[in-house]
Design a protein around this ligand. Structure first.
Ligand SMILES: NC(=O)c1ccc[n+]([C@@H]2O[C@H](COP(=O)([O-])OP(=O)(O)OC[C@H]3O[C@@H](n4cnc5c(N)ncnc54)[C@H](O)[C@@H]3O)[C@@H](O)[C@H]2O)c1
Length: 359
């Protein structure tokens, strides 16, 4: 085993909504082998509030932080999605490992740039898809890997969350094409990732979107129909227009030899676990592999950071590196391409009409 530094120093770039979760994990000793060493936000008040709370230096410029804080090992980029790429461009030369919130970027060109720059500078790129670490999701993945489903038939994800006008109005980037995208690019990007992780590569997609309950540029509701390369079909149903509160974040995988459904509001409860070839341990799966997280982010960020530390200290490959993060971005771009063209979009493809990330 390679011996790394005893405790890795992380700095946060962006002190907004999701930074609360990151800062509490890193700043309150919740992650073994990691600590919060500095924070930065272009909004000086936010930077100061986080800096004061966790007694770490704070900055209003990420490059200045990377330059001045000599002991940093990794930077977590928690800014509006459309700014992830330019921050990676600015920060990769400082040769700190980079953790980037989902979605990794809004255009495939940006994603490719990020992958290339991290590789050229010899740093790891981690894209946060914390739901992959949910207890029932990991159990499902094991069943997929061990071939328990037989021939794949149908994969479905459903996101029925509640985001009101107040949520969109709280930050001016939310619900914009340039910096966010709609429910597909933002909230459902986790579920799109999970569906591809379980079902494999997508061959084509046809999608429709609508903006129904809020006043934003992008969609609050969308549906997509998928064909996978292995012959199976898929459905993505996603909305932030569920009222009055979050209802569901779920995935169902159906194969010739079994069916699994994980529900709850954050893909956290094993609802169905049935296989043609039953094993003794199957009986306990429903109760053993369900958890109730306090919010829709789930418990996954903690597991995710533990994974990041393990990958850095022991020089392991990230579960969701840049290439893996790019896959769901490609499918999301294809969904938006289909919306604009009214046609089924084959993958691989080069976006022409997709508006996501266009300024
Ligand atoms: N993994 C998850 O479940 C999850 C949940 C929520 C948000 N996110 C992602 O996290 C990111 C941030 O979302 P949020 O809801 O926290 O947004 P937010 O608007 O609450 O916070 C973003 C912060 O970044 C700051 N910022 C902007 N440009 C900056 C720059 N150049 N340098 C430093 N700081 C800068 C802003 O001032 C703001 O404080 C998005 O990419 C979003 O998709 C992920």
């Amino acid at each position: 085993m390679t011996q790394g530094p005893a405790v890795l120093n992380f700095a946060l770039v962006g002190c907004g909504r999701i930074a609360k979760r990151h800062s509490e994990l890193l700043g309150l000793n919740q992650i073994k082998g990691a600590r919060l060493a500095a924070v930065c936000d272009v909004d000086a008040e936010k930077a100061k509030a986080f800096g004061d709370k966790f007694r770490v230096p704070y900055y209003t410029n990420a490059e200045e932080m990377a330059r001045r804080e000599k002991g940093l090992d990794a930077l977590s980029i928690l800014t509006p999605s459309g700014l992830h790429a330019e921050l990676v461009r600015a920060l990769a030369p400082y040769k700190k490992h980079l953790v980037v919130e989902k979605p990794m970027a809004l255009t495939l060109n940006d994603a490719d740039d990020m992958i290339r720059l991290c590789s050229e500078n010899g740093v790891k790129l981690f894209v946060i898809k914390q739901n992959r670490f949910n207890v029932p999701v990991m159990k499902l993945r094991q069943a997929v890997e061990s071939g328990r489903f037989g021939k794949p038939v149908l994969g479905t994800v459903r996101v029925r969350w509640c985001r009101t006008q107040d949520y969109y109005d709280a930050a001016d980037w939310r619900g914009t094409w340039a910096l966010d995208g709609g429910v597909f690019a933002n909230q459902a990007s986790h579920h799109v990732d999970l569906l591809e992780w379980m079902m494999g590569e997508v061959e084509s997609v046809f999608a429709k979107t609508a903006t129904i309950l809020v006043d934003i540029e992008t969609e609050d509701t969308g549906v997509a129909v998928l064909k996978f390369r292995n012959g199976a079909l898929g459905v993505i149903e996603a909305t932030t227009a569920t009222r009055p509160k979050d209802l569901e974040g779920s995935i169902s995988i159906l194969g010739e030899r079994g069916t699994v459904e994980i529900g709850g509001f954050a893909v956290n409860q094993m609802k169905v676990w049935q296989f043609v070839d039953q094993k003794d341990e199957d009986r306990e799966v429903l109760e053993k592999f369900s958890v109730n997280p306090p919010n829709v982010y789930g418990f996954g960020h903690q597991m995710y950071y533990e994974h990041v530390v393990d990958c850095i200290v022991n020089d392991k490959k990230a579960l969701v590196d840049g290439f893996e993060g790019r896959k769901s971005l490609e499918l999301i771009s294809a969904i938006y391409e289909s919306v604009e063209t009214g046609k089924e979009v084959p993958l691989r493809f080069v976006p022409h009409k997709c508006r996501l990330g266009i300024r």
